[in-house]
Design a protein around this ligand. Structure first.
Ligand code: GTP
Ligand code: MN
Ligand code: MN
Ligand code: MN
Ligand code: MN
Ligand code: MN
Length: 203
């Protein structure tokens, strides 16, 4: 395991820690941009109230609910759909990086973030997008909108690199990049190029 990573059981053993669970919902798609650029996969992220990109999910209280039930509750609030999340969907757990965006004092308890990945059918993903933009109670409040991650690179170098150049909450950017690699959603050399290029875009 990479440094800072914990198993699900080790993470839960820290009763003094705060816990948050987030999930990457995605599907395969045959659709093409401009009728020629394969979109390949639809990956859902969200524009948060604080202007940062992140995954749907939130704080969970292990003393009151399982991690997975807590994540499902957050998804109902943020996406407006009841999505069962299973222990098998768990990808990794790690200590959250000390964040400059965090308003909490340095003395507050450590945060452990749990990450889940769930593959769905394209029609289910579209239903999530519709519900998130209409019936979700957090729509327009904690969640400003769902966004799809562009996985392609355009002639001008836009697409994945430009997306990765935006600001992300916590380690959501690495959770995205790690997942793209691990699930083989983008070729390793393409991802490496996009990550490198993304750092030069605003400088
Ligand atoms: P409230 O209902 O306002 O408490 O928000 P929430 O429960 O939806 O919590 P939120 O989604 O903001 O997540 C809780 C904490 O986890 C955040 O303050 C961040 O530190 C962290 N976090 C949020 N989104 C992500 C994410 O996509 N990845 C990671 N690794 N951490 C995240
Ligand atoms: Mn157009
Ligand atoms: Mn929430
Ligand atoms: Mn949230
Ligand atoms: Mn919450
Ligand atoms: Mn809330």
């Amino acid at each position: 395991m990479a440094s800072g990573q914990l198993s699900r059981a080790e993470a839960l053993a820290c009763s003094g820690c705060r816990h948050a669970c987030h999930v990457m919902l995605y599907c395969d798609t045959k659709s093409q941009l401009f009728g020629r650029l394969p979109i390949r996969h639809i990956i859902l992220m969200q524009m948060r109230f604080d202007g940062l990109l992140g995954f749907p999910g939130g704080f969970v209280k292990p003393s009151e609910e399982t991690l997975e039930a807590g994540l499902s509750r957050e998804l109902l609030e943020e996406l407006g759909v009841a999505l069962p999340i299973l222990v098998e969907d768990h990808a990794d757990s790690c200590y959250a990086p000390a964040s400059s965006h965090s308003s909490s004092s340095s003395s507050s308890s450590r945060l452990i973030t749990h990450f889940y990945v769930k593959k769905m059918e394209e029609e289910q993903i579209r239903e999530v997008e519709r519900a998130a933009a209409s019936t979700a109670t957090d729509h327009g409040q904690e969640v400003l909108g769902m966004v799809r991650v562009p996985l392609y690179t355009t002639k001008g170098g836009g697409g994945l690199a430009a997306f990765l150049s935006h600001s992300f909450i916590g380690n959501a950017r690495s959770q995205l990049a790690d997942s793209l690699l691990r699930l083989n959603l983008v070729a390793p050399e393409e991802l490496h190029k996009a990550l490198t290029h993304s750092l030069k875009i605003h400088t």
